[in-house]
Design a protein around this ligand. Structure first.
Ligand SMILES: Nc1nc2c(c(=O)[nH]1)N(C=O)[C@@H](CNc1ccc(C(=O)N[C@@H](CCC(=O)O)C(=O)O)cc1)CN2
Ligand SMILES: Nc1ncnc2c1ncn2[C@@H]1O[C@H](COP(=O)(O)OP(=O)(O)OP(=O)(O)O)[C@@H](O)[C@H]1O
Length: 259
């Protein structure tokens, strides 16, 4: 049946149109993850270590890092991303407070067609090098604190509530990045949802965000990471080739979560 084009779309047709847009975005992200992951599988340890050394040099020369007191850094898996081991050690050497991801089990989706729910990640304190060395790897190969140890760790979002101290800098992993500082993760929404929660608690005052990328993870300049209104652009990307990309204008995700 033809719709009378002088009438607005019914609420239901609006929903189904939005759902298909979200589905298209999800598919585009999934395809990009697959193609980048194939490239990453071919990389050997020496290449990753050499690129990680270059990123370390870039980061430790950056004033935003040198001046940061509270730094969030991910603890790397053994393949497919910049190794952050030297960064963690350097941050402790310089007397910085280090925060690392703790991921909670994801909320289950009830239907296949539903927009996947974001998963919750906290940033909790890593208290010393001994603490770092004692962490066990989880099923993704990421060194992770035990749930029990959360009782004694600081949580940076709680710190915001208690005394207003938050993070100065976040070093983020990703699967793919582009030259406008867009980022694609593993598809759980951990970082995007964390940044939204952080922004709500801090009244919109955000830490400086730096994505670190193997050169195989940076798309050619004519290509873009597909993004939606919940994806946060980064302030900067450091690449294992030695390139440093700073985003031109300052903004949150297009959904406008900044208060
Ligand atoms: N080192 C590291 N730590 C991190 C992240 C990360 O990307 N790297 N995260 C960033 O959010 C969070 C954990 N996120 C993860 C989410 C999913 C998968 C995962 O499903 N891996 C699949 C492959 C998925 C894919 O196709 O990309 C696997 O190992 O089989 C791994 C990490 C917090 N800590
Ligand atoms: N702020 C948010 N509120 C609600 N849902 C969100 C939010 N951020 C992300 N999501 C949802 O989480 C799911 C995964 O998001 P997406 O595919 O963008 O993750 P990603 O950027 O690849 O991963 P990550 O952020 O963990 O690195 C999507 O369905 C997305 O809509």
């Amino acid at each position: 049946m033809q719709r009378d084009r002088t009438m607005p779309l019914s609420p239901l047709s609006f929903i189904s149109k939005r759902m298909s847009t979200n589905e298209t975005l999800r598919n585009a992200k999934r395809n990009l993850r697959v193609s980048i992951s194939k490239k990453l599988e071919a990389l050997d340890t020496t290449t990753i270590q050499e690129q990680s050394r270059i990123v370390f040099e870039l980061l430790t020369s950056l004033p935003e890092y040198q001046q940061a007191q509270n730094v969030s850094v991910y603890l790397s898996m053994s393949t497919g991303e910049i190794d952050t081991n030297a960064i963690v050690r350097d941050a402790f050497d310089r007397g910085k407070h280090v925060f690392i991801p703790f991921t909670h089990r994801s909320l289950q989706n009830t239907s296949q067609d539903e927009e996947p729910k974001p998963s919750i990640m906290d940033m909790v304190s890593l208290d010393s090098l001994d603490d770092y060395n004692s962490l066990k790897r989880n099923s993704w190969g990421i060194p992770t604190p035990t749930k029990k140890s959360l009782e004694t760790r600081r949580n940076c979002i709680d710190d915001l509530k208690v005394d207003g101290s938050g993070l100065d800098l976040i070093i983020l992993p990703g699967v793919a990045f582009d030259s406008d500082c867009r980022r694609l993760g593993h598809g759980k929404g951990y970082y995007d949802y964390f940044l939204k929660r952080y922004s709500e608690q801090s009244g919109g005052k955000m830490p400086f965000t730096v994505g670190v990328a193997l050169k195989e993870q940076l798309l050619n300049v004519d290509k873009e990471v597909p993004t939606g209104d919940k994806d946060w652009p980064l302030d900067m990307i450091m690449v294992g080739s030695g390139s440093l990309i700073r985003r031109q204008q300052s903004e949150g995700p297009t959904e406008g979560q900044l208060i």
